[in-house]
Write a protein that binds this ligand. Structure first.
Ligand SMILES: [Zn+2]
Length: 318
């Protein structure tokens, strides 16, 4: 008789036979930076996540480095928003200031920057809008400028999240032209139009003033379309592909893992975070065990990197 239980009788043996392991090096912590000093404002829908000013960001990044987190993903909230998202490419923009400060204080930290206009535009859309439509090509040109400005400030990697066509190619060309041929691009390649981004939009103050993001983000029902989006980013020169959200799209992660040899990232998004936090607060689940299980599942599906708001909280348990 086949007795699978033979190998399950002893904790040590179970440990030895564990197939998937979560590593500290796999975690990336997203952080939201605002103007000002000594700002450390809680984000209501994401307990434990804060808006921080650059001085507090440095403190945060030093703490993360101590715990063994190797990478952060920075989002900037500008002083003021306008139609063109001007602060996105300003030399003294919030994100440019933040990059310079982090690279000076904690040079070892891998600083990845979000490249999209939705935090910066007054209409909350990801690109240049005309007559209610996001214009693809003017948007990718603008995002290429934005990426180059992050590189100038010292970013280690840029992460375009706009889901326009051709953005990765435009960014690659702009970086190469500016002498950053060794600066990698992590592309939000399969980004679904998900209801789980709600808390993030509060955090990034990036809700669209009209319409939605369905003209560029993926329909959650579509696998083949997601594969095309991943192929597009790979063909345009992305160095790392990403699937977002993570847990509801493990099949997409697993399929991407099989189809591509590029490193794969998954973004455990704000809604995934908030659901675990809320259930734990009510005492319905064991918070730490659920966090670890969710991250392990994402890793098992095939993600090399996991962008997660739990990075700081959970890293010491790995
Ligand atoms: Zn966007």
């Amino acid at each position: 008789m086949e007795r699978l239980r033979r190998l399950k009788m002893k904790q040590e043996l179970r440990d030895m036979l564990q197939e998937t392991v979560l590593r500290r090096q796999s975690l990336i912590m997203p952080l939201f930076v605002v103007h000002g000093t000594s700002v450390h404002d809680p984000i209501a829908s994401m307990p434990g996540v804060f808006h921080v000013s650059v001085d507090r960001l440095i403190r945060e990044v030093k703490g993360l480095k101590e715990t063994g987190v190797k990478g952060i993903l920075l989002f900037g909230i500008p002083r003021s928003k306008d139609e063109h998202g001007s602060e996105a490419i300003a030399e003294d923009g919030i994100i440019q200031q933040a990059i310079r400060a982090v690279k000076e204080a904690v040079p070892e930290m891998v600083v990845i920057t979000d490249v999209c206009l939705c935090e910066y535009t007054s209409n909350g859309h990801c690109g240049v809008v005309e007559n209610g439509v996001i214009l693809n090509d003017p948007t990718r040109e603008r995002l290429a400028e934005m990426a180059a400005s992050h590189a100038n400030a010292g970013a280690d990697m840029v992460a375009p999240s706009d889901m326009m066509d051709g953005t990765v190619a435009s960014i690659r060309a702009a970086l190469d032209q500016a002498g950053y041929e060794n600066l990698p691009i992590m592309s939000y390649s399969a980004k679904f139009a998900s209801a789980l981004y709600g808390p993030f939009r509060e955090a990034a103050q990036s809700s669209p003033a009209f319409g939605d993001r369905k003209s560029h983000q993926l329909n959650g029902a579509n696998t083949r379309d997601a594969m095309r989006a991943l192929e597009r980013c790979a063909a345009e020169g992305a160095d790392i592909l990403m699937v977002k959200p993570a847990l509801p799209y493990l099949d997409i992660i697993a399929r991407a893992r099989q189809m591509f040899n590029l490193p794969l990232a998954a973004y455990q998004v704000s809604g995934e975070y908030a659901m675990i936090k809320a259930a734990a607060e009510k005492g319905y689940i064991d918070e730490e065990r659920v966090i670890l299980e969710s991250l392990l599942a994402i890793r098992r599906a095939g993600a090399d990197l996991i962008i997660t708001y739990f990075a700081k909280q959970i890293v010491n348990r790995l």
